[in-house]
Write a protein that binds this ligand. Structure first.
Ligand SMILES: *[C@@H]1O[C@H](CO)[C@@H](O)[C@H](O)[C@H]1NC(C)=O
Ligand SMILES: *[C@@H]1O[C@H](CO)[C@@H](O)[C@H](O)[C@H]1NC(C)=O
Length: 485
């Protein structure tokens, strides 16, 4: 065990000084103060503080430590003393302690090693004990024995306990406010100002309601550099995507669904959650060091994406101007069509739609019913391709399912289709589900990645895929006449 270096704790013995006394020089100072403040003659009112002294050396050379400064109060006999504290303690920034350094509290307990302290001649080796009620008492355990002894207060600047931020001052555990002062209740406001009142930044809070004319990536908003307290949430099977300042996806890029978790982006940590609800959220404390672009990967109509963040005032104007130039937030008034919410539509009777008997136990569970005229119409009109096809194979790739299909009859297409195509669906248990070797009527969307390297056919979640039948065939032909132009 090392020895307590006296130099290190010297100033700590300052502790709280007693009542200040007036000395001649200070009497002069007081007189000067009173004259200058026009208080001469009035013996009432609170006393006067001297300016603060300078900060003391740090109580420690590594880890957590504190330094202290003090001031004195002068007041007239019979008057009121000063308001406020005579001492201020602040946390001093220090490098981590080297491995094996002896903690401050261990040193203080070790001071009693080998000394008879408990009224007998027996001596003990003492180590800190953290199970006692006041963590700012020097509670030390007699090594090899089942008792501890409290040797009074720990020295100021002793960490309250190993895992916490607080330091003991005058027997109390204090933690630092954002001003670095121990015991201060100053907190950062949402603009990142210590003790501020949120006046140096503005809250951007909107709901993105663009319903999306095709499946794929849609810009939701730019999140400018300097944003704080970013939160995004939506309830749908669509997926939020985020692009960093370097133009690369941070999550959910290139049609691959990223796992929930914490992602580093623009100098902050982005927490991404996805619940079975279905619900997704993004949140980040910021401030961001680069612009971020928030997108959504649409596979079903967008029910609304709520987002908010705080922007420094000077960034708000440019952000607003840019948003308007790009046309974001301007397209919000339209619900072009009534949100269909396919899963909640009452199941319209479809007598001739053949029910598929499930051949084997299905690990994916049943898909919700998506029959009905409104559903067919929606996906027919939105789909880039509608065709009849036979399913040849099925493959799970990561978070996606890929069907190979043989195209047999095309009802609608935006570009040529080949005889054999891949149709993708998100998830390992997509809905609707396609059985092998069966024929379906499918409405699919074309997805092209922004860099043009990927071109895919996507069967949207809860989209249109029905077993082929002559009756369904004529309904689909009918649907073609009812699409809005
Ligand atoms: C700043 O705004 C946040 C969020 O609205 C609020 O919780 C907080 O109390 C505000 N802070 C101050 C100092 O007004
Ligand atoms: C989305 O926003 C980015 C950045 O402003 C822009 O480059 C891109 O063209 C936008 N994409 C769409 C589809 O509007």
């Amino acid at each position: 065990m090392g020895k307590l270096r006296p130099g290190k704790v010297e100033w700590l013995a300052l502790g709280h000084t007693g009542r200040p006394t007036l000395r001649p020089l200070q009497n002069l100072l007081l007189l000067w103060t009173l004259l200058n403040c026009g208080l001469g003659g009035s013996a009432q009112g609170p006393g006067e503080w001297t300016p603060w002294g300078s900060w003391s050396r740090c109580s420690s050379s590594c880890g957590r430590g504190l330094s202290v400064r003090s001031r004195r109060c002068f007041w007239f006999p019979g008057g009121e003393p000063c308001w406020g504290d005579s001492h201020e303690y602040r946390l001093c920034p220090l490098p981590d302690c080297p491995l094996g350094a002896i903690p401050f509290r261990d040193l203080q307990c070790a001071l009693y090693n080998g000394h008879p302290v408990l009224g007998t001649q027996k001596t003990y080796q003492w180590v800190p004990f953290y199970g006692a009620p006041n963590q700012c008492d020097l509670n030390c355990l007699a090594e090899g024995h089942a008792f501890y002894h409290s040797f009074g207060r720990v020295l100021d600047g002793t960490p309250c306990s190993p895992g916490t931020q607080g330091l003991c001052v005058a027997g109390r555990c204090l933690s630092a406010g954002c001003d670095g002062l121990l015991g201060s209740d100053a907190r950062e406001d949402h603009c990142g100002r210590c003790g501020g009142t949120n006046e140096s930044c503005l809250l951007v809070q909107r709901v993105f309601r663009d319903s999306g004319a095709f499946a794929g990536y849609w810009n939701v908003t730019l999140i400018p550099e300097g944003a704080r307290h970013i939160r995004v949430a939506h309830r749908s099977r669509n997926h939020l995507a985020l692009i960093g300042g370097d133009g690369r996806y941070v999550l959910n890029g290139n049609w691959a669904v990223s796992p929930p978790g914490t992602y580093e982006a623009a100098g902050t940590r982005v927490v991404y959650t996805r619940a079975a609800g279905p619900e997704e959220t993004l949140s980040a404390a910021g401030p961001t060091s680069q612009d971020l672009l928030l997108q959504v990967l649409l596979q079903e109509p967008n029910p609304g994406i709520a987002f908010e963040f705080w922007l420094p005032r000077e960034r708000y104007g440019p952000f607003q101007a840019q948003a308007q130039a790009v046309g974001w937030f301007l397209r919000q008034q339209q619900p072009r069509e009534v949100e269909p919410q396919a899963p909640e539509l009452p199941a319209a009777p479809a007598p001739s739609a053949p029910r598929t008997p499930t051949p084997a136990p299905d690990p994916c569970g049943r898909c919700p019913d998506t029959r009905g005229r409104a559903h067919r119409l929606l996906y027919y009109c939105r789909g880039d391709f509608v065709f009849r096809a036979r399913v040849l194979s099925r493959l799970h790739q990561g978070q996606e399912t890929r069907y190979e299909v043989q195209v047999q009859l095309i009802y609608k297409n935006r570009s040529p289709l080949r005889a054999l195509e891949y149709v993708w669906a998100l998830g390992r248990c997509p809905c609707p589900r396609l059985d092998l070797h069966r024929e379906y009527l499918l409405a699919v969307q074309r997805l092209i990645s922004p860099d043009g390297t990927q071109d895919r056919l996507l069967l949207p979640h809860m989209g249109y895929a029905r077993a082929w039948s002559p009756a369904e065939d004529s309904r689909v032909r009918l649907a073609a006449r009812h699409c809005p132009v």
